[in-house]
Design a protein around this ligand. Structure first.
Ligand SMILES: Cc1cc2nc3c(=O)[nH]c(=O)nc-3n(C[C@H](O)[C@H](O)[C@H](O)COP(=O)(O)OP(=O)(O)OC[C@H]3O[C@@H](n4cnc5c(N)ncnc54)[C@H](O)[C@@H]3O)c2cc1C
Length: 300
């Protein structure tokens, strides 16, 4: 189906984009990669009166590193992150970027659009929440920085005020002996995951001194599995402690039954994915190179 008709604006700065959105009001939308917005418009589930296209704004797509922080321009495509040498130094970023949908979607979809969309099934939410991540926002009259946990308010709901745009996402590179892993389970490439687990661990002398465990696609937002983290912190990473953590993560999951699987099936997936992500994160924290990312039906 064709979308309803809309007006089209092509600003040349983010400031101009924000001013245009403010002037046009709630009915207007920013257009980034269009990989969430355009399908919704074609299904007529969204019918904005105007689109403000961010694709022609210079210097809105970049990956830079300064003083241990990685900066992503909002318009940076998933594929650019997948292929970035800077991002590959934080392997969990590569785990995520390399498995989002298929190469067509990764070549268009942006990190800024994903974070702004706040889709409960999106891959970036749980991954970026295991890291110290900030969202830099530009508005009609001022700019501000929001910690990612405060940015996500609910499913499809963020702290962005009317007219505000995501300008940049910055991530602190993890400290020594710390590494993460992201494992998502999918039925096939061009669909969202059925469940996912993002884990960051600090491992010293075989013991875990810090942990963050986030679950994706099994709640209205990414779920932080605090009990699972507590089951690991201060402990040696034995099969028993990892199993206890995985069971606590399973209890924290709050999945809905849908075409991707029943509630029970998704909880069982969480247990497997969390265990797998803990094992990989622990090996990476010890300096090993381990491949991780999306898993597909028939390979788990
Ligand atoms: C077939 C298919 C499969 C997919 N599978 C996955 C998947 O497995 N995992 C996954 O994570 N994603 C998946 N996606 C979504 C994809 O990652 C999108 O790229 C992403 O959700 C939105 O990014 P976008 O740049 O396309 O944003 P758009 O679709 O252009 O915009 C999305 C929303 O964000 C707003 N917006 C965009 N940029 C900004 C900004 N800078 N500031 C403020 N608001 C902004 C828009 O107004 C709109 O409301 C899939 C998409 C498709 C079509």
């Amino acid at each position: 189906m064709y979308p309803n008709s809309f007006r089209y604006f092509r600003p040349s700065t983010l400031e101009e984009a924000s001013a245009t959105l403010t002037e046009l009001g709630d009915d207007a939308k920013a257009l980034a990669g269009g990989q969430s917005l355009i399908p919704l418009m074609k299904l007529r589930l969204s019918s904005p009166s105007a689109l403000v296209d961010l694709n022609f704004i210079p210097d809105s797509s970049y990956i830079r590193r300064s003083n241990g922080t990685i900066h992503f321009g909002a318009m940076t495509r998933h594929a650019d992150i997948e292929n970035s040498e800077i991002a590959s130094r934080v392997p969990i970023l590569h785990d995520c970027a390399a498995g989002i949908a298929d190469s067509q979607v990764r070549n268009r979809g942006t990190i800024g659009g994903s974070v702004a969309e706040a889709d409960p099934s999106g891959d970036w939410g749980p991954v970026l929440l295991t890291l110290d991540t900030e969202v830099h926002v530009i508005g009609p009259s001022s700019s501000r920085t929001i910690g990612l946990p405060e940015f996500f308010l609910d499913a499809y709901t963020t702290a962005l005020a009317p007219g505000e745009l995501v300008k940049e996402i910055s991530v602190n590179a993890p400290p020594k002996n710390t590494a993460g892993a992201y494992v998502a389970f999918k039925r096939c490439a061009p669909v969202y995951a059925s469940a996912s687990a993002a884990v960051s661990l600090t491992v010293e002398d075989g013991a875990c001194s810090a942990a963050r465990i986030l679950l994706g696609c099994v709640g209205l937002t990414a779920i932080r599995a605090s009990e699972a983290e507590a089951a690991l912190i201060g402990k040696q990473l034995t099969a028993k402690t990892i199993e206890t953590a995985a069971e606590a993560a399973m209890a924290a999951a709050d999945p809905q039954s849908d075409m991707r699987g029943s509630t029970e099936y998704k909880r069982a997936l969480v247990r497997v994915l969390v265990k797998r992500a803990i094992h990989i994160a622990a090996r990476r924290a010890r300096g090993e190179h381990v491949e991780a990312g999306h898993e597909y039906v028939g390979r788990i």
